[in-house]
Design a protein around this ligand. Sequence first.
Ligand SMILES: [Zn+2]
Length: 275
Amino acid sequence: MSTRSKAIVKSAVKNLASAAGCVIPAASGSRILMYHSVGRREHEMNVRPEEFREQMAWLAEHGTPISLRDAMEGRPGVAVTFDDGYLDNLTEAAPVLNEFGIPATVYVVAGRLGGFLDHDAPEEAAQLMTWDQVRELESMGITIGAHTLTHARLSKCSESVQRDEIVGCARLMEDQLQHPIESFAYPFGTSADYNECSRGLVRDGGFRCACSARYGVNVPSRVDPWALRRIWIDRTDSMAVFRRKVLGRLDLLNALDSRLALRFRRILNRVPRDV
Ligand SMILES: [Zn+2]
């Protein structure tokens, strides 16, 4: 499917969820935003710097920014997270987060720091931070979380490989950063990308919670600390869509994690069938 057709389908899905969201009141709970990179690269998961700044300015004024530690209990508010550990998280995102006093967590792929992700195509790959840059980010008040050693699709790995990717990642990060790592994020993050074994190993690794990429709000009475829901933000989101996502008017996008919707998303994203 072409990029343009894909954008049209995504826009139609958002409009449909938004129309329904106008008549259904938004649930109260934590909404955890999931970003990847902030910069100029032409990649769907990248948000342009001026748009990120506008989003954070709006969030500081109209939202209730909270830490991930508060979000894991379902406290009403909005937490900000980034996956993968791109260098632009330090150079572009962190100064803006600091300017508006917004707490954030960055999940790093610990075994790939200083290099690139295996699954980023060469023409759209972005540099990951080095360990020194991760420490610098931490010194700016950003919390660092774990995102495995190699960005493995955990559900397709044996238990021993999963243990390396999850517990081994925790030990390496503790060694490098000299403190326990509290939270973890499952690579890719849909319900098809991790399993019960992954959840158990995250607990064994000493983490206090784990983020998925399943869309939605974390309601206090039903919060699952080992698979927190998140709200993905990408370059196709206009400011109006961003506001609707934060305000819970697009919560029905959580239907995208159903079996049928996952199949559709696989076709849309051209992900291999065995995923
Ligand atoms: Zn990732």
